[in-house]
Design a protein around this ligand. Structure first.
Ligand SMILES: Nc1ncnc2c1ncn2[C@@H]1O[C@H](COP(=O)(O)OP(=O)(O)OP(=O)(O)O)[C@@H](O)[C@H]1O
Ligand SMILES: [Mg+2]
Length: 316
């Protein structure tokens, strides 16, 4: 929601213990989101067959239809009998100050989900990405992946602010991939007490995104691949760029691309998100994706789309 005035004009400093405020807002936008759903949406657009796992409420029906229509398997989604789907509600004022609330709701039931029955039913998977979720659920899914030998990618992002060092260590140890942005990378080192080198020894590949400055891929052998972001993009709304990057990178892994090209595909998908409002509202067509890859990274990168993404769906 957008409030045309300023929150600060309504706050009475010596009455803060009795706050009772209501703001009349003019705009209300309701958007789809959630890291897991955003990543799954992007994977499906690029032709993969993602399986979304998480916990929602009975209000999920419309969102489920949307995701399934766009190629996301929602059969691993648990529906709570008592709680609503997690929701982030935010009001921004004319000075860009924000008052926001996050309702976790049904998300807390993610800890009740066991991966193996889903794994067996869908006929297996290449990799499990454990994104920000109910912290106990994240730990459970990470432990189960380690115990059963599922390759997994750690993407704790938003939960790093809440998590302590022990929790973060348990989420990243043994991951095939660790994704974070630059700030989260520093926070991970600070909270775990592990240096960059120590983290590298516990994960296969570490991927650090740097907004408009692109991404660095740190390989297990000590080499680093720097990939620039797509240039000339007019940023409209950065929400969901990190998720789109992960979708592109993982879709590249799904078709056995080298990491450099995975990162290029990630940057290209992220560029589509940063230039649109919302996280699943971008238009993706074959020609513009190829054009973007060709202009920024050359013909070899552009040929990914034709040669390696035969099941590319775009935003059907
Ligand atoms: N202004 C931009 N122009 C072009 N590409 C961008 C821009 N901002 C982000 N990207 C792309 O998105 C990727 C991820 O961005 P960033 O590092 O900001 O993620 P993030 O902080 O996790 O974002 P969020 O959590 O808000 O989704 C970058 O590596 C880059 O490829
Ligand atoms: Mg992020």
């Amino acid at each position: 929601m957008t409030f045309r005035g300023r929150f600060s004009d309504s706050l009475v400093v010596d009455q803060l213990d009795k706050i009772s405020l209501s703001f009349l807002v003019e705009d209300l936008d309701v958007r789809r989101g959630g890291c897991g759903a955003n990543i799954a949406f992007g994977l499906a657009a690029l032709g993969e067959e993602p399986v979304l796992i998480g916990a929602v409420g009975e209000d999920f029906d419309d969102y489920r239809s949307w995701l399934e229509r766009h190629g996301v398997d929602c059969s691993g989604v648990h529906v709570s009998e008592t709680k609503h789907t997690a929701r982030f509600v935010c009001t921004t004022d004319a000075a860009q100050a924000q008052i926001a609330t996050f309702y976790a709701g049904a998300m807390g039931e993610a800890r009740e989900i066991e991966l193996k029955p889903i794994h067996d039913r869908v006929g297996g998977w290449d990799i499990v990405l454990i994104g920000p979720d109910d912290p106990e659920g994240m730990v459970r899914h990470t432990e189960e992946s380690r115990a059963r030998g599922y390759r997994f990618a750690a993407d704790p992002s938003q939960q790093l602010a809440f998590a302590d060092g022990a929790l973060i260590r348990s989420l990243i140890d043994g991951a095939a991939y660790l994704f974070s942005n630059e700030y989260e990378a520093a926070l991970t080192e600070k909270k775990t007490g592990w240096s960059a080198g120590e983290i590298q020894q516990r994960v296969g590949t570490r991927v650090v995104t740097r907004g408009a400055d692109g991404v660095s891929v740190y390989e297990a052998d000590g080499s680093v691949i720097d990939v620039p972001a797509i240039a000339g993009v007019t940023p409209v709304d950065p929400t969901g760029v990190g998720d789109a990057f992960r979708a592109g990178f993982l879709a590249g892994l799904g078709v056995d691309l080298p990491h450099e090209q995975c990162a290029q595909l990630g940057c290209a998908l992220a560029a589509s998100v940063v230039e649109t409002t919302g996280t699943q509202e971008y238009r993706l067509d074959r020609d513009s994706l190829m054009g973007r890859l060709r202009t920024q990274y050359g013909d070899a990168a552009a040929s990914i789309v034709v040669d390696r993404l035969p099941r590319f769906r775009g935003d059907l």
